[in-house]
Design a protein around this ligand. Structure first.
Ligand code: WT7
Length: 662
């Protein structure tokens, strides 16, 4: 067994696991699972789209919907039309009314070891106080409020306060730069910002307010802001004009009662900007009824969340994973959701396992990149802790290699927890392709079949289903409640980005294209191969190569740049930049630093290039297009194959030589 400290036994175990390519869920899990009816796949197919009433039934509606799916104006689908509800009332009030007032809703851990518990009753009070404050500041229904905050409880509080008064939020990841904040506030014409003074990272107090202020200088319109004091005396900051202190506001409005606004099912709950093929981030629009039903349903069916659980998704709320599976899904189900402010290796590499042990965490959901780090650090760190409270494990964000899957299964799950490898996207709102933990056999490295009611396929360039084992592209052939409704203020781009590739409007066939490559096996299990557009996935974070390129060419002296993703042991992919300098410019260390700095300023430290390669030329096709594939292969150290079709084949060896030097 994996808890045997004898390393020989461990070696045997590894060898046995290496052979095994299918795992069945343990009986102890199956017996207690939320979804155990094997017929569910069939019933959802037969009863589609009415099957989705099951998702809507997990919520409390102010007025019942008339139609499950409205498809008059494809692909602008509408779900649960005519229904009205409020997301914060679904995440808070109804649980308090059902007697869960004293159950922990949010269990927060600061990096330095402080903890804060908000019961459902306390969370509701604070959400109401902040909702009243936002109203006082002038926020009206449908005004977009930007939230630029790290992992502190005030972030979900602000999200729920916005939801309560019908003001869509737009959360900008705290690790994004000032420029990224400004771009998103301008695009959403957002006149309100909630941010904080700073936060801790590896024990250091980071100044976040400075970055927010810098961002605000790039916003074209007036902004009213609210600042949370996270660091107390550690960092003194000046509020400045048009800025308010969060603590003062909440104190002033303590005890306020704010009726949750009844929102139409199709009213926007939030916007989330994500990277795409062009340099402009896309404002993905999610709705109140469909999104919330889908987040709650997948939390129930896939994550097996129950109200009495302590559940932990170790993602950041600044990304969709945190929206759906730290905040909305778990709170809609009335469970205890954990939040951790810091890094997994602070103060020691056992931090996460220590948190799981102390809080008796039942369900743990993280990204493959994190698992690869844990593997690197070694199994002794989890082995020091009692992880027996765990019942289910999950992964998300990028493909997980079978070795990492098996390490997670053994050293974290003690071979007793099913693992759900969940494929989805910002745009899909919730999980789409994954096993159901009590019903489907798990195959390491393969996400699994599409969820019940999800009609996903793997097709070739012509839209024909590929044979088992052949590479193709994922498509989704039927709508689902959690889907994005459009790109904010940009229906045309919505159509182009997601529907143009495979739909046939003349025969009324609408096919959603997620821009991922994949293959399918004989059992209908889908293995995701990665993005097929100019998006790269660094540590599970989605970055647009065009955005990074524009930061690189913004450096004076740079003539041309190409940014690609190359394989990386821990991060999955890393950013590689190939740079051509203007005549007379020297490839100096300071030039390299300026390029790196410009990327950090333009996007954020997560986009920091792994390597900057100066080259006199980029490999181009005869028609003059940059051969990105080739640059990716060079970065990944892959075999380059035939390069004779290039206009300038000689440049390849030259570049490859430089990458090796790095
Ligand atoms: C892209 C979406 C889903 C929330 C976090 C990322 C990749 C996501 C998996 C998985 C293989 C995955 C895809 C997808 N991806 N989950 N389980 N296996 N790849 O959301 O930032 O919108 O990125 O992440 O390439 O298109 P996102």
């Amino acid at each position: 067994m994996s808890d045997d400290p004898d390393s020989d036994a461990d070696g045997e175990l590894e060898a046995r696991l290496e052979e095994q390519d299918a795992f069945d869920p343990p009986e102890s899990f199956v017996e207690q699972a939320n979804v155990r009816d094997e017929e569910i796949y069939e019933t959802f197919e037969e009863e589609w789209p009415e099957c989705w009433e099951q998702a809507a039934d997990l919520l409390s509606w102010d007025s019942e919907y008339d139609t499950v799916l409205e498809d008059d104006d494809e692909p602008f689908y509408e779900w649960f039309t005519g229904g009205e509800l409020n997301a914060s009332a679904n995440c808070l009030d109804r649980h308090v009314e059902d007697g869960a007032k004293n159950r922990a809703a949010i269990q927060w851990e600061g990096e330095l070891g402080e903890t804060r518990t908000y019961t459902y009753g306390e969370l509701l009070n604070e959400v109401e106080a902040f909702a009243a404050s936002l109203r006082d500041l002038g926020v009206e229904e449908d005004d977009v409020v930007t939230l630029y905050m790290p992992m502190i409880p005030e972030l979900p509080i602000a999200m729920l306060a916005c939801a309560r008064i019908g003001a869509p939020h737009s959360v900008v990841f705290a690790g994004f730069s000032a420029d990224a904040l400004a771009t998103r506030m301008n695009a959403a014409e957002s006149e309100y910002l909630v941010t904080c003074d700073g936060y801790y990272r590896r024990g250091d107090a980071l100044n976040h307010k400075e970055k927010a202020d810098k961002g605000l200088r790039g916003v074209d319109h007036d902004v009213t802001s609210v600042v949370v004091d996270r660091l107390g005396d550690e960092l003194t900051h000046f509020l400045g004009s048009n800025a308010h202190d969060y603590g003062d506001l909440v104190e002033e409005h303590a005890g306020a009662s704010v009726e949750p606004v009844s929102r139409d099912a199709e009213d926007m709950l939030f916007l989330m900007y994500t990277s795409g093929t062009t340099g402009e981030p896309k404002g993905v629009k999610h709705t109140t009824g469909g999104y919330l039903s889908y987040a709650a349903w997948t939390s129930h069916a896939v994550l097996d969340i129950k109200p009495e659980d302590t559940y932990w998704c170790a993602a950041d709320i600044g990304w969709i994973t945190g929206h759906s599976y730290i905040v909305y899904g778990p709170l809609a189900l009335g469970t205890t959701t954990m939040m951790y402010e810091g890094t997994p290796d602070y103060p020691e590499r056992d931090r996460l396992w220590e948190i799981i042990e102390r809080n008796r965490v039942d369900i743990f959901y993280t990204a493959p990149t994190a698992i690869r780090s844990f593997m690197k650090w070694g199994e002794q760190f989890p082995a020091e802790h009692d992880l027996s409270s765990l019942r289910l494990l999950g992964t998300v964000g990028e493909p997980i290699n079978p070795r990492a899957w098996k390490w997670y299964y053994t050293h974290i799950g003690n071979e007793e927890c099913p693992i759900v490898d969940t494929w989805w996207q910002t745009e899909t709102g919730g999980m789409m392709i994954t096993t159901l933990p009590a019903l489907t056999t798990m195959k390491p490295g393969t996400a699994g079949p599409p969820l019940p009611g999800i009609d996903a396929q793997v097709v070739d360039a012509a839209g024909q289903e590929v044979e088992a084992g052949k590479a193709g592209y994922v498509t989704v052939n039927k709508p689902w409640p959690g889907m994005l409704r459009t790109l904010y203020n940009n229906d045309d781009r919505f159509l182009e980005e997601y529907w143009q590739e495979y739909s046939d409007p003349d025969s009324d066939e609408w096919v959603y294209f997620p821009e991922d490559g994949a293959k399918i096996d004989d059992d209908g299990y889908i293995t995701i191969l990665g993005r097929v557009d100019d998006v790269i996935n660094v540590s599970g974070h989605r970055l647009g190569t065009m955005e990074i390129e524009s930061a690189v060419v913004g450096v004076s002296g740079v003539a041309e740049a190409a940014v690609v993703g190359g394989d990386h042991d821990v991060k999955g992919e890393a950013v590689y930049t190939y740079v051509i300098l203007e005549d007379g410019q020297e490839a100096t260390e300071s030039m390299r630093e300026r390029i790196v700095e410009s990327v950090e300023d333009g996007i954020g430290p997560i986009a920091r290039p792994e390597s900057v390669v100066f080259t006199p030329e980029l490999p181009k096709t005869r028609s003059g297009k940059i051969m990105r594939r080739l640059l990716e292969d060079i970065a990944s150290g892959n075999d380059l194959g035939d390069t004779s079709t290039l206009r300038n084949p000689e440049v390849v060896d030259e570049i490859a030589g430089h990458v090796d030097d790095e």
